[in-house]
Design a protein around this ligand. Structure first.
Ligand SMILES: [Zn+2]
Length: 260
């Protein structure tokens, strides 16, 4: 992920302008020292929720003001999914659930003092994969968070989370732009192509459409995915998608034409 100037989340150097209301809310909360300890981000896949989750993590962990600056070592480490105080919880391989053992391990990690002064962040995705026991275990941390902890629940189905969990989170709903605005953003980011046809199939999911670019797809296909684990520095294929996108852009420079 390219973090841009810190003003807005960005991918391949192009700002996700439709996240402006959520970004403004986060920046204002940070400036007033009122960043919540738990966020629930409701997103449709490919709409920018993941980027918003990382932006929230930067807002918490950034070492400059106004946060996030997008430039400091903490912001850059978050963008690279390589920050020692950023925890990424996803279902283990061969499982569709977030399990109680994973959440217990996370609780323990979050109860310890972080490496930096700013705090610790955990992103859980997809949050609706928390099974009942795991959700109960998470409640413990949601009810009595250590100062500086931010838990981000990223979900496409907030209604499937227990009400006890939902009620302890501040909600941010991501609204992807309309069809025309999605296509315009893709044109600006990746060049001319029949993006309308891609969006017709995928829905208004600009970041999913971006991954249809053959240059990005090929680059991802060659990347070996490591096993998932509750460790900083690993996060599903997502990290590798981002890396592949950035590599493809770095190698190819600005591509004139992106086939759908
Ligand atoms: Zn920063």
């Amino acid at each position: 992920m390219n973090t841009g100037t810190g003003a807005m989340p960005a991918v391949v150097g192009h700002e996700l302008h439709w996240l402006a209301p959520q970004v403004t809310a986060l920046r204002q909360a940070a400036a007033q020292g009122r960043l919540p300890h738990a966020l629930l981000i409701q997103d449709a896949p490919g709409g920018g929720g993941r980027e918003l989750a990382l932006y929230a993590a930067q807002t918490r962990l950034c070492s400059r003001a106004p946060a996030p600056c997008g430039q400091c070592v903490d912001c850059r480490r978050v963008a690279a999914l390589a920050h020692p105080d950023l925890w990424l919880l996803v279902p283990e391989e061969d499982s569709k659930q977030l399990k109680i053992d994973q959440v217990r391990a996370l609780n323990e990690a979050l109860s310890l003092t972080g490496h930096g002064a700013a705090g610790s962040v955990a992103i859980l995705e997809p949050a609706e994969a928390l099974n009942a026991n795991a959700a109960n275990a998470l409640l413990k941390t949601l009810e009595e968070p250590r100062p500086g902890v931010l838990i981000v629940l990223l979900t496409a189905a907030a209604g499937r989370l227990p009400a006890t969990v939902r009620s302890r989170c501040q909600r941010l709903n991501v609204q992807p732009p309309g069809r025309e605005a999605c296509a315009a953003w893709l044109r600006r980011s990746r060049g001319e192509a029949d993006w309308e046809a891609v969006l017709e199939v995928l829905g208004n999911a600009p970041l999913l459409a971006l991954q249809q670019d053959p240059a990005i797809k090929n680059s991802v296909a060659k990347t070996k995915h490591p096993p998932f684990s509750l460790e900083p520095n690993s996060w599903t294929q997502r990290a590798f998608y981002v890396k592949a996108i950035e590599d493809a852009v770095a190698k190819g420079g600005k591509r004139g034409k992106a086939a759908a």
